[in-house]
Design a protein around this ligand. Sequence first.
Ligand SMILES: [Ca+2]
Length: 557
Amino acid sequence: MIKTELFLLVLSMGVAMAKEPIGRRSTWRNLPNIIIMLMDDVRISWFLAIFVVVSTFHWQMGWGDLGCYGNEAQETPNIDKLAQEGAMFTDFYSAAATCSPSRASMLTGRLPIRNGMYSNNTFGRNAVVIANATGGLVPEEETIAEVLSRLGYRSKIIGKWHVGNSRELSPLNQGFDEFFGANQNHLGPYDNINSPNNAVYQNDKMVGRYFQEEFFINTETGESDLTRIWSKSAVEFIDANKHNPFFLLWSADGTHTVLGAHRDYLGTSQRGLYGDVIRDLDHGVGQIITRLKQLKLHRNTFVFFGSDNGPSGVAGTHGGSAGPFLCSKMTTYEGGMRVPGIFWWPGVIPPRQIEKAPANLLDIFSTILEITGGEVSNPERPLDGQSLWPILINKPGATLEKNSIFFYRGTGLYAVRVGDYKAHYWTWNLASEGQRKMGGNPCSGIYIQNFITDEITDHNDQPFLFHLGRDPGETYPIDPSSEEYQIQMDIINDARDRHLKSLEGDIANPQLNIIDRATAVSTFQTLLPLINNESLYTFIRNYEKVTRNIITTDIKS
Ligand SMILES: [Ca+2]
């Protein structure tokens, strides 16, 4: 960590304060509250503004030349403040290049290949839990909510779940005490027999559908109260649990298309509707942090702010750009998986820290274990992350320099990063075989011969190698005949081989190979009493009779 003398003082206070509440001797009373704010498809470039703000204190950081983002800083005051008061990782990654596998991995601390959130119908295909998906995060996988539940935490997920559609795969069956949100993205509107609008649940009761009544998103004006609904629910949950340890997964998904922002922010951002939504989310972050402070819980609450994957390039201006990074969501280039990573715990995590070593969403699970003294039920089951806690509290000698990041697509280990170096063993610029037909390209407008490849391309004989410190845009591959290449590839190949060996006996059955229209419709059974449309009613009643469409999950979300 980079620090100044002033911060060293604060830091030493932080370490001293951290001694008691952290660790296995924690009692019920001093367990910290945990809040994970997981955004959806958020581009890191938005948060380059934060780098500028913080780098006024730490000009060595290297992002100071990005002053052009200064205006953006003014648009996200609450998130900027979170970073200034805590620790920010510049080289933070999602666990996968799409929503479901990344979310499942954050929840379990295990890569999709281990927890089953992948498809192997085609090598390297991206797959997510669409409304028709029959599979999801299986109950046998242990989530962080289950670990915390055993410690006495009250837990809630608000917003997007996206790792299972059925009752068996619901958050309530994965350690969460409460659920307010949806199994799915707020895609649509559909509102027809074949693909009804996605359901919104309050625990196990359906309370509405996206694009209707209070969950309305005006596709013409971009107005929506959804983010306000999610933040109001978060504040109420904090209020209700101010006397006991709680875990809140605030999964506000406003930045995923279809975009919708509160009327207060419509048209206020220079970045268009996407920027309006970011401002709305920033307002929600402010509401939550303010409430923590009002209740004097902030010095006993660990907050993480991140995103499940990079920006959506196929969504055009509604998805934004990845800034200096290559391509976007659904790819294993930097733009697909480089996301914000901000940690906040006043008085314990020293302020204004910038960490440049690579880390990712998988590390959140292990970090929470260390903070709370929680234990997994099966210690033999491998975890893919490591605790960031020693780094966050500036423990002497703590380092992440050798942390390895594995970039998967399905069963394909496409790239590996160790330290500053990243090697690409495979490349593919699309999400799936059918994507080009659907008109989307995560690398639209970018062409680098034999590296941005329309077809799945094998580079195992001579991987592309980049130094991401001096070349974050992955533009200048290191000469394979150089000594630097040989040395670094040996290191990365070793890390890859050790990782692959660790998978022996721990590869899950793929959960996302099958989609079935009946699945989407069956989740609407709870809606039956509310349905006036007779044909829809009949269709749902007879959903078991729907012909099973066992096909590959060729989807773009
Ligand atoms: Ca996402």
